[in-house]
Design a protein around this ligand. Structure first.
Ligand SMILES: Cc1ncc(C[n+]2csc(CCOP(=O)(O)OP(=O)(O)O)c2C)c(N)n1
Ligand SMILES: [Mg+2]
Length: 180
C-alpha cells in the first residue's frame, strides 16, 4: 500500500502473512527489511528509511523461541536492521490458556527487558492512550541509536485486528512526519 501526504511525503507499507506456526514470519520480515536496506544502497539513511514492525499475540511473544532468536540477532552486523518496533496485542489469553498457565514472568513483554528495549504499556481500548504510546515509541525509535522497542496494547479480542491495523498505519504516518 502506498500513501502520499499533502506535503509530498510518500510511505510504502507492505504486509507479510504469518502461517499457522506462530511468530515464524519474524525473521522473514527482518530479512526483507535488511534486503531492502541493502539494495537501496545501505547508507545510514537507507537503513533508517525501512522500519520493520512486528505484530505479536501475548502468549506467542512470551512463548515462542523465534521471538528471542530474532531479537537476539538485532545487534549483530549483517542482520542489524537498525531496530524493530514490536506491537503486542494482549487479550490475556493464549488460545484457551490463561497467562498464569502460560509464562513465568508477570508481563508478556518481559523478554524485551533482556535487550533493554523500552516497553510502553497502554490500554488498547483507549485510542488516545494508544496514539500517545505509538507516538512515544516512534520518537524513541527515531531518536535512539538502539532502536529496538516494544509496545504493549492491552485490549479485547474484538478490537485486536482494528488496533493492529491502526498501529501500523499510525507508525507509518508518524515515522514520515519526524525528521530522519
Ligand atoms: C508455533 C506454534 N505453537 C503453537 C500453536 C498453537 N496455537 C494456536 S493459537 C495459540 C495461542 C496464541 O495466543 P496469542 O499469541 O496470545 O494470540 P491470540 O490468539 O490471543 O491473538 C497457540 C498456542 C501454533 N499455532 N504455532
Ligand atoms: Mg492472546
Amino acid at each position: 500500500m502506498d500513501r502520499t501526504y499533502p506535503d509530498g511525503r510518500k510511505i510504502h507499507l507492505s504486509l507479510l502473512a504469518n502461517p499457522s506456526h506462530l511468530e515464524c514470519v519474524n525473521p522473514v520480515v527482518i530479512g526483507k527489511a535488511r534486503a531492502k536496506q541493502f539494495y537501496c544502497g545501505d547508507t545510514e539513511e537507507d537503513v533508517r528509511n525501512v522500519v520493520p514492525i512486528l505484530l505479536h499475540g501475548d502468549a506467542a511473544f512470551a512463548g515462542q523461541g523465534v521471538v528471542y532468536e530474532t531479537m537476539q540477532m538485532a545487534g549483530v552486523d549483517d542482520f542489524n536492521v537498525g531496530g524493530t518496533i514490536h506491537v503486542i496485542v494482549n487479550n490475556q489469553i493464549g488460545y484457551t490458556t490463561n497467562p498464569i498457565n502460560a509464562r513465568s514472568t508477570p508481563y508478556a513483554t518481559d523478554l524485551g527487558k533482556a535487550f533493554n528495549a523500552p516497553i510502553f504499556h497502554c490500554n488498547g481500548d483507549d485510542p488516545i492512550a494508544v496514539s500517545r504510546a505509538l507516538e512515544t515509541a516512534v520518537e524513541w525509535y527515531v531518536m535512539s541509536s538502539e532502536r529496538e522497542c516494544t509496545l504493549f496494547l492491552r485490549c479485547a479480542l474484538m478490537l485486536q485486528l482494528l488496533t493492529m491495523i491502526f498501529s501500523v498505519l499510525y507508525i507509518g504516518e508518524m515515522s514520515g512526519e519526524l525528521t530522519w
